[in-house]
Design a protein around this ligand. Structure first.
Ligand code: FAD
Length: 663
């Protein structure tokens, strides 16, 4: 038996090469077998293919572990690894421009043959410059080394449908392949004999391998299963992460962008501010490092070509209240379905927290404006300075076929500190002031109270505005901060101090200086959120005073429910039941979504679908609960280790002076 292993990358045609080799010897009356091993079916991933040639029926179906010969299709795969298990007399046939002597040190004492198959394949227009298909070219070299006539090879190739340029390229390789010496490779293949007992499919040591013969093996029917990748499953926006990442890997950035725009109109925003649960769920975390999906999304949004909006037949008019990510996502999806969308926004600018909350150094406004512009181009009429209250909402339901309320969280939680001097500010107001350019904290000692994104953004903004010092007080521990962990780390890196397990209780201003009295906390029993409840530490010295100039409260927000009709009831899918002339849906943070941009986008899209279902009475097929591909379901054998790509960050010294984008 002769066994050959082919190393290549997806797209180079390694498995087809195995088939061509096998077919040539089949035509000589041999028993043959050819098959490939794929771990991930994607272009560029390493693959292996195997060929067996024998005079007798081949009963071994296992992967080849000790090949007689090795063929390498991709120069980047040439290395010590390809020699694993190779018999000492075997041939090593490489796609490489160098002569065989160049590999004398790498493969001492071995028979090495080389051919620059990449150049020949490109010259004959086989594949693309980025991914040349080298299999038929390599076949020419293989045929020369193994003693096939070129007539045999070309007849087989033409029979398999590889005529024209494939045959010409193979001929060139047949004539040009370089090799130092010819051992008994040719003769060996010609007089092939069964050398070993086949390895059992079951336990080969359990007393005599089962006699399984080719063709009588079908006692178990293979079943194809489609599993959902964990990144897709964990994306709150519902993005097809796998599909867009694969298109990105092919440098098809516009296609990748189109995949993202199916589910989210804000890819450049999510590509900057998303906490990226997909990255935490990535199977590669168990192998090397999770893929940097967030930065890929940002890259695609910044470098792909944005498509022209799809316009459709106008259907009914729908109204959306609130222009944060939830309202924008719903409006975009509804406009794509052909609805006439009117968007009502209380503020004088569109974007919700994306505009007024998240600072510029994390989300440049030109990115927001680009994506807003794209959404509005779908024919949405947006009205700013248009606050809708309960009466106005009722009115809208008389003029529109349906209404979606996505007004976010407008009520900031207070902390009674007994301040009447204006020392204490709300974080959301402060961030909006920063955005409008009206905040001045130069030289001040700023205290920020809270552990969420608002607290971190307020603290980092205060640093940039020239505060003398910025200190965050959080009543729980660092590990329990709800803010995005990378943001907390960045704040500390930028010089923000973090005091965990501290609760402010009162503030007194004396002239220019305010004194904030705080108490130390300790962690008690878990509360309803599952986190350990902070309780007052009674130890001596647990109460202390911090001198400061400004206190910014960032203790969380809640929804202002006064917009909803009295006596309302909310249905499971976000529909407000009864009392209005047209159906009313709620979503985004107002509808208790998870409090992230991606979750708001997903919530807006689901609301759009629900609204469409109610208005058209179309019954959509609801997707079944997907089966997720966990790491143990994957064959990582042919996946190469790689490091996560990390983007660039501006130096820390610069960050203190500017609102320019950090990453
Ligand atoms: P919003 O974005 O709050 O938009 C609601 C809109 O409704 C606003 O424009 C508001 O003016 C308008 N509105 C309110 N009342 C009315 C009315 N009566 N009539 C008309 N219009 C009205 N999430 C992340 O994923 N990553 C982050 O990095 C991140 N950072 C954050 C930083 C801060 C400071 C804050 C506050 C939140 C952050 N979040 C982050 C959370 C995220 O921004 C929100 O979950 C998301 O914006 C919610 O979207 P939404 O559309 O539901 O509401």
């Amino acid at each position: 038996m002769i066994e050959i292993t082919i190393y290549g990358r997806g797209g180079q045609g390694g498995v087809t090469l195995a088939k061509v080799i096998a077919t040539c010897w089949f035509a000589r009356g041999k028993h043959v077998q050819a098959f490939g091993v794929y771990a991930a079916e994607r272009s560029g991933a390493p693959i292996q293919a195997y060929v067996r040639i024998d005079d007798a029926e081949i009963t071994n179906h296992n992967q080849i572990r000790q090949p007689d010969h090795v063929i390498v299709l991709d120069p980047t795969l040439i290395g010590g690894g390809i020699l694993a298990g190779v018999k000492p007399t075997g041939a090593i046939i490489l796609n490489a421009p160098e002569p065989p002597a160049a590999f004398a040190n790498g493969f001492p004492g071995r028979f090495v043959a080389t051919i620059d198959a990449t150049s020949i394949a490109i010259e004959h227009g086989l594949g693309t410059r980025a991914v040349p298909i080298v299999n038929t070219t390599m076949m020419g070299a293989v045929a020369q080394i193994f003693g096939l006539t070129f007539d045999e090879v070309s007849a087989t190739m033409i029979d398999l449908g590889f005529g024209g340029a494939n045959v010409e390229a193979a001929r060139k390789a047949y004539d040009r392949v370089e090799h130092e010496k010819l051992p008994g490779v040719t003769a060996h293949l010609a007089v092939a004999k069964v050398e070993t007992e086949p390895v059992g499919l079951l336990d080969e040591n359990a007393g005599g391998p089962p006699k399984i013969r080719t063709g009588s093996w079908a006692t178990r029917r293979p079943e194809r299963q489609t599993l959902t990748p964990p990144c897709n499953h964990s994306c709150p926006a519902g993005n097809n992460v796998q599909k867009f990442v694969q298109a990105t890997a092919r440098a098809a950035y516009t296609e990748a962008l189109e995949v993202l725009l199916e589910t989210s109109p804000l890819p450049g925003i999510c590509g900057r501010v998303c906490p990226a649960p997909c990255m935490a769920a990535c199977n590669r975390n168990e192998f090397d490092e999770g893929v940097n999906v967030r930065e890929l999304e940002r890259f695609v949004a910044d470098h792909g070509e944005w498509p022209a909006p799809v316009t459709r037949v106008w259907r009914e008019r729908v109204a959306i209240i609130g222009s944060g990510p939830a309202g924008l996502s719903a409006g975009y999806q509804l406009a794509r379905l052909g609805y006439q969308v009117s968007l009502f926004e209380a503020s004088d600018q569109l974007g919700g927290v994306l505009r007024n909350g998240i600072p510029e150094y994390r989300l440049p406004r030109e990115v927001l404006d680009r994506e807003l512009g794209f959404i509005l181009m779908h024919g949405i009429n947006a009205y700013t300075d248009a606050r809708i209250d309960r009466a106005a909402l009722r009115d809208l339901t008389r003029h529109y076929a349906a209404v979606f309320v996505a007004t976010g969280l407008q009520e900031s939680r207070a902390l009674e500190l007994g301040d009447s001097s204006g020392t204490v500010r709300q974080g959301i107001e402060f961030l909006e002031g920063v955005h409008r350019g009206v905040e001045d904290v130069r030289g001040e000692r700023v205290i920020v109270v809270g552990g969420g994104n608002t607290a971190i953004d307020a603290a980092r903004s205060a640093r940039r505005l020239g505060a003398a010092s910025v200190r965050i007080l959080y009543r729980r521990s660092h590990a329990e901060m709800p803010a995005i962990p990378e943001e907390v780390a960045a704040a500390i890196d930028e010089g923000v101090e973090l005091d965990e397990l501290v609760l402010p209780v009162s503030v007194k201003r004396d002239g220019d200086v305010a004194a904030l009295t705080c108490v130390r906390m300790k962690l008690g029993e878990p509360d309803a959120s599952g986190r350990r409840r902070p309780v007052r530490d009674d130890a001596p010295g647990a109460e202390f005073v911090i001198e400061c100039d400004k206190v910014i409260l960032a203790l969380g927000q809640s929804a202002d429910l006064s917009i909803l009709p009295e006596g309302n009831e909310i249905h499971g899918d976000g529909e407000v039941i009864g009392i209005t002339a047209a159906p009313v849906f709620i979503g985004g943070d107002f509808g208790k979504s998870e409090g992230t941009v991606a979750a708001a986008i997903g919530s807006g899209r689901r609301a759009a679908m629900n609204l469409h279902r109610v208005l058209t009475e179309e019954d959509f097929l609801m997707p079944e609960e997907p089966r997720v591909a966990t790491f143990d379901a994957l064959n990582m054998r042919t996946v190469a280790h790689a490091q996560r790509h990390r983007g660039a960050t501006i130096p820390r010294e610069l960050r203190e002076q500017t609102f320019a984008e950090v990453h």
